[in-house]
Design a protein around this ligand. Structure first.
Ligand SMILES: Cc1cc2nc3c(=O)[nH]c(=O)nc-3n(C[C@H](O)[C@H](O)[C@H](O)COP(=O)(O)OP(=O)(O)OC[C@H]3O[C@@H](n4cnc5c(N)ncnc54)[C@H](O)[C@@H]3O)c2cc1C
Length: 580
């Protein structure tokens, strides 16, 4: 979205380590939230309140208001670009229920999430890519950015590794936007693609710039058993229910009003507690997600769930198949089950980074806890922290965040770069710095396997820094991560060739993830409260008196971490206890 807006007016390059339409956005299933009110009453103010409540009051409320207000126009803008949304019978954009999105008066789930079957992200990505091509944006596909160039406190470009040739290139720029997505690969069970390794977040940390609220990492309640592959919340939005080994719809106990459509942190904790209580199916560590029409229609009756026309709702196997086609495919491919006939085995999976690069409402990057603007640098999307999602993101608010703040950032970049000359850079120095880092890996005589280090980090983070956390677990993680970082200094890669040396790049990514894991564990250890996705067994309550603030974490050159804090912006929604 940012490239589209800059591409219309200034020379723009998109650099991606993937073929761009293979970005993780293409995997987003459920949809994009906007209070269009196409099927029932809705208002952007309700959307804003739900976002703040879902974020457990850590969201900056001024930026939430901007996002939820802009949401409506931006969905229509995407529609006018050609995005094929599902339709209502009157031909308007169709909307479905999603976790934490409510009618603020009745407190019941509201239909707010616009979708194109269960391939909404794919459609957004394809639509924007086509628009970029039309507007002469230059794409550098399969170029991996491995450093940023800073001179005189300003970002003036990037160094990228051409994956095909192993050549290093300098891109000299008047403005750089980072939109590199999340880093779910820090955990062993994740919904995230292999490439989500947080490279640019680590590069910024290494250059002395901070990350915000890294302790808040979302676990999505419904990943496929063992694999972690995402089963969209839209399954519950369409009526699917979670069932334990006793055949009980246990969300009745944890969230009596919205039940299975409580926010993700609440549902993930509920599943975890059911598993701890021995109520996993067949004694194993998963529960059932049931979207079989028989079960769904039974609970629709029990809930007295009415459709827009006032009639009692009911669904058919054909309806499920049409609305959740990809999900049905995943279940058949990976587990050999048909979701219209059998329940789906699920457990929480590492999913989304609420924290990241601190930015303002126009995607400019902050360099410290005092909100000092870092000239020349912008960031939007999952890698950034504006912060709209606070301590826990609502489903369908990420796709929204990308397009709203991508567009705003694009606008501001155009204005700012037009008034600028190219700043001086030393291209050779920038290349030599990266070359030295890569040579150190390639020529290392060490014996440690980067794959083993990655796996140990992932298991550690999944065991100790996940749905529930304790002081001891996080202390152990920090200590072990430091040891892993030591071991990483003497790794061995066997492939030393230039062409498509993915072994080298993957090893380099392990180094990035170790830094992010350490900052996450350290930030989490310091926060002595439970809020949103950060749930501690030793500090079980939210503590607004001491912790209604954002963490700003710096990685020092000696490997130590400095934590600072900045206030949360509260406008009209005063922090209250969350009840779903
Ligand atoms: C399975 C799944 C389903 C989801 N469903 C939904 C949903 O229904 N609704 C919703 O709102 N959200 C959903 N989310 C979340 C949402 O999809 C993501 O947060 C969002 O798509 C991230 O977009 P992005 O543009 O920030 O990054 P991405 O789409 O991940 O793109 C990152 C880009 O950066 C590039 N890149 C990264 N590192 C480098 C580097 N070093 N050099 C060069 N290029 C680099 C990549 O190649 C890629 O092109 C889902 C997420 C997942 C994983």
């Amino acid at each position: 979205m940012a490239a589209l807006y800059t591409g219309k007016e200034v020379d723009t390059a998109v650099i991606s380590k993937l073929y761009p339409t293979r970005s993780h956005t293409g995997a987003a299933q459920g949809g994009i939230g906007a209070a269009l009110g196409n099927l029932e009453e809705d208002h952007w103010e309700w959307h804003a309140f739900d976002t703040v409540k879902g974020g457990d009051y850590l969201s900056d409320q001024d930026v939430v208001e901007v996002m939820c207000k802009d949401a409506i126009d931006i969905v229509y803008e995407l529609e006018h670009m050609g995005l094929p949304f599902d339709r209502t019978s009157e031909g308007r954009i169709s909307q479905r229920r999603f976790g934490g999105h409510t009618n603020n008066k009745t407190k019941k789930a509201v239909m707010r999430t616009c979708n194109a079957a269960d391939r909404t992200g794919h459609m957004i990505l394809q639509t924007l890519y086509q628009q970029c091509i039309k507007n002469n944006v230059n794409f550098f596909d399969e170029f991996q950015v491995v450093d940023l160039i800073f001179e005189e406190g300003e970002c003036r470009g990037v160094v990228a590794y051409e994956i095909l040739t192993g050549e290093l290139h300098v891109f000299h720029a008047k403005g750089v936007m980072i939109a590199t997505g999340g880093w779910g690969r820090v955990w062993s069970v994740t919904s995230n693609a292999l490439t989500l390794t947080g490279d640019l977040n680590a590069i910024l940390l290494r250059n002395g710039y901070p990350m915000e609220d890294m302790e808040f990492f979302q676990f999505h309640p419904t990943g496929l058993h063992k694999l972690g592959i995402l089963i969209t919340e839209a399954v519950r939005g369409e009526g699917g229910v979670l069932i334990n080994s006793e055949g009980e719809r246990f969300m009745n106990r944890y969230a009596p009003t919205v039940k299975d459509l409580a926010s993700r942190d609440v549902v993930s904790r509920a599943i975890y507690l059911e598993l701890q209580a021995g109520k996993g199916i067949n004694g194993e560590r998963y529960v059932h997600l049931d979207i079989t029409p028989e079960t769904v229609n039974h609970y629709f009756k029990e809930d007295d769930a009415r459709a827009v026309d006032g009639k009692l709702r009911s669904i058919t196997a054909e309806y499920v198949q049409e609305k959740l086609e990809d999900i049905s495919d995943f279940c058949e491919t990976y587990l050999g089950i048909e979701p219209t006939k059998d329940p789906i085995p699920v457990h929480p999976t590492a999913h989304y980074a609420m924290g990241g690069i601190p930015t303002d409402v126009d995607s400019r990057v902050f360099s410290d806890e005092n909100n000092t603007i870092l000239s020349g640098l912008y960031s939007a999307g999952e890698c950034a922290c504006i912060s709209v999602h606070g301590a826990n993101r609502l489903g369908s608010n990420s796709l929204l965040d990308l397009v709203v703040f991508g567009k705003r950032g694009g606008h501001v970049m155009v204005q700012e770069v037009k008034e600028k000359e190219f700043g001086k850079i030393d291209a050779q120095k920038a290349i030599d710095k990266v070359q030295a880092e890569f040579d150190a890996i390639l020529n290392s005589k060490g014996q440690n396997s980067p794959n083993e280090i990655r796996e140990e980090m992932q298991i550690l983070m999944t065991d100790k820094v996940s749905v529930f956390r304790t002081k001891e677990g996080m202390q152990e993680s920090v200590a072990k991560l430091r040891k892993l970082k030591e071991r990483f200094k003497s790794i061995k890669v066997s492939d030393t060739s230039k062409c498509f040396n993915l072994e080298l790049l993957e090893a380099w990514e392990v180094g990035c993830m170790l830094d992010l894991a350490l900052v996450t564990a350290k930030s989490a250890l310091a926060r002595q409260e439970s809020r949103g996705a950060h749930a501690r067994e030793d500090y079980t309550e939210r503590d607004d008196a001491n912790w209604l603030k954002h963490t700003i974490a710096f990685l020092n050159s000696d490997g130590s971490i400095t934590l600072k804090y900045k206030p949360v912006t509260v406008t009209k929604y005063k922090p209250q206890k969350r009840v779903y």
